[in-house]
Design a protein around this ligand. Structure first.
Ligand code: GLN
Length: 570
């Protein structure tokens, strides 16, 4: 037991997936955690990943979804983003574990001789390490409930020891301390037009075979799960009918907490964990009102605004999950519904750009790595700048806005990033090793939350309500070379945010008399946007885009002037 651990103080909810992956375990688990948080209980989520990587930093977002970065610099699974947004809570490396981390700890102990001559085994040593991780989180978070999401699907070899660890945990912690939830999937083959429960039954059988009796079953399905199916599942898995819930598809993930409450799932968890006396009903009423306010605004926001996003991974939405969410938050704040137009820039040229961007009211060039599509993105940025289309450049999109400005406004031919062209004539974006030293980072990526100093009187200052400093999250290797700052600024680019003690440029903009909204940031503002606290940089983009959309609508009616003067390039 870790120091300070008080058995019985913290309860545990374990969420397993059966039948298949991709059921939205993170969305389910975070929604349930939110229901509990609303009751005034302290919650702490943790995701246990089966893979051997130490973190998600090296994973391909095309296969695994975006890499989500926490304030402490941990690179983790995108589900952590779901938890942060749903709970409006900053998480840390304590909330994310992989098999790689668990085994590293075990092997380090083995080398230190901590196992006192014993052979080191999956049980009890590896499972013991899992339990230690969970209890350490309980101590550090003082949580009433720790929500444990087991990655993958019951039956995967790589997750088997996690499942065994949770079984042991429930045995050690004793009655009323742990709640097992099986998330399953109800098939509805189009050819039958009927819901079938067999796959779900077999998945839950598998869990029973591992020694775990679920107390709650949540059924993912396209349509509400029928009584007949729920009855069958109840009978087959020893779970009372009133604890087999339907969790069918709905319009927005933010509707799920209310859906769970409507089905009584929150009360079932309270009963199972005997937590009724820790509930603050007044706090719950208030929290629900605030949340439902957001839902109402979300549903009422119907006026469409189209945002074009250029992206290498255009076919996989998961690689831009946080940006999509941040746009929804900002759209709701502005009373509009954001539609996303994915723009492939690999074939983009000066000739095709206008046509490709004709329908969009705003443009985002998001983060990325490598060379592919960069020239096309720079072409898009030029088009946005010259035609006063609202623009938000995120990380790589910030760097490319600098390159575009250097080339086309400052006249620096051959301006580029050494990431794109190592021997370019004007390396306006470069790796700056001495800055990395100043920053004192061991690795070569600048990761996690950093304070950013905002220049007074700028658009950034307006967006951030005149806060002198704001905290943003970073994940990058390259920066604006400080030797070019004076030239760029002399030609009209404004660096409105920088690192407090070093010349690291972190926000750029064009003056508002030149362009309605041209903003870039070396950070990733999408990572810290929350439904109830939409990120100002996204809110600003959508506000400007909504105005452009309104003008465009007005222009379709004859007789109204709308034309705006383009900013001249050299
Ligand atoms: N490739 C760029 C860098 O490493 C941008 C990174 C990003 O967009 N996350 O600095």
């Amino acid at each position: 037991m870790p120091a300070g651990y008080k058995p019985g103080r913290t309860k545990f909810v374990f969420v397993f997936g059966t039948v298949m992956s991709g059921l939205g375990k993170g969305i389910f688990s975070s929604s349930l955690a939110k229901c509990m948080q609303d009751k005034g209980l302290t919650v702490a989520p943790i995701k246990l990943e089966g893979y051997l990587n130490i973190d998600s930093g090296t994973l391909n977002p095309y296969r695994h979804g975006e890499v989500f970065v926490l304030d402490d610099g941990m690179e983790c699974d995108m589900d952590l983003g779901t938890y942060e947004r749903m709970l409006d809570q900053d998480l840390s490396r304590l909330n994310f574990s992989t098999s790689g981390q668990i085994f590293t700890r075990v092997l380090e102990k083995e080398r230190r001789g901590s196992y006192l001559g014993r052979d080191v085994q999956m049980i009890p040593h590896v499972t013991g390490e899992v339990k230690t991780r969970l209890r350490e989180l309980a101590v550090a978070s003082h949580a009433d409930i720790v929500f444990v999401e087991i990655g993958g699907t019951v039956g995967d070899v790589e997750n088997a020891y996690y499942i065994e660890a949770t079984r042991e945990m429930a045995f050690e912690e004793g009655p009323d301390s742990c709640c097992f939830v099986a998330l399953t999937y109800i098939l509805e083959p189009a050819t039958l037009g009927e819901q079938k429960s067999k796959a779900a039954q077999l998945g839950i059988r598998r869990l029973l075979g591992e020694g775990i009796q679920p107390q709650i079953i949540a059924c993912r399905a396209h349509r509400p799960v029928t009584r007949k199916v729920r009855e069958k599942l109840a009978m087959y898995s020893n779970v009372p009918m009133d604890r087999v819930f339907s969790m069918h598809d709905c319009e927005s993930v933010y509707l799920i907490p209310e859906m769970l409450r409507g089905a009584g799932l929150d009360l079932a968890v309270l009963d199972i964990l005997k937590l009724n006396d820790r509930v603050d009903r007044e706090a719950e009423t208030k929290a629900r009102q605030v949340w439902n306010g957001y839902i109402t605004r979300l549903k009422e926001a119907t006026r469409p605004v189209t945002i074009g996003i250029t992206g290498k991974y255009t076919s996989v939405r998961d690689s831009y999950a946080s940006i999509i969410q941040a746009l929804e938050h900002a759209g709701t704040a502005n009373g509009v519904r954001v539609q996303i137009d994915w723009i492939d820039t690999s074939e983009m040229t000066e000739k095709t750009v206008a046509e490709s961007l004709r329908h969009v009211h705003g443009i985002i060039v998001p983060g990325g790595f490598g060379v592919r599509g960069t020239e096309g993105k720079i072409t898009c940025i030029r088009h946005a700048r010259e035609n006063r289309i609202p623009y938000l450049g995120i990380c790589y999109g910030f760097q490319m806005a600098v390159i575009e400005f250097a080339r086309n406004v400052c006249g620096l031919d051959g301006a580029s990033s050494t990431e794109i062209e190592p021997d370019c004539a004007q390396p306006v974006i470069d790796i700056l090793p001495e800055q990395k030293q100043i920053e004192g980072l061991g690795g070569n990526m600048r990761l996690g939350g950093r304070d950013v100093q905002i220049r007074p009187g700028t658009l950034a200052a307006k967006l951030f309500n005149n806060a002198p400093e704001v905290r943003l999250r970073f994940r990058h290797r390259y920066e604006v070379d400080p030797r070019y700052i004076a030239t760029l600024e002399a030609h009209g680019l404004v660096f409105s945010g920088k690192a407090p003690d070093y010349p690291i440029m972190q926000i750029l903009e064009l003056p508002q008399d030149v362009h309605p909204y041209f903003v870039g940031t070396q950070a990733h503002p999408e990572l810290t946007s929350r439904p109830l606290r939409p990120h100002p940089m996204f809110v600003g983009l959508i506000r400007a885009a909504a105005e452009r959309a309104a003008h465009a609508r007005a222009a379709q009616r004859p007789g109204l002037p709308t034309a705006s003067q383009p900013l001249q390039s050299r």
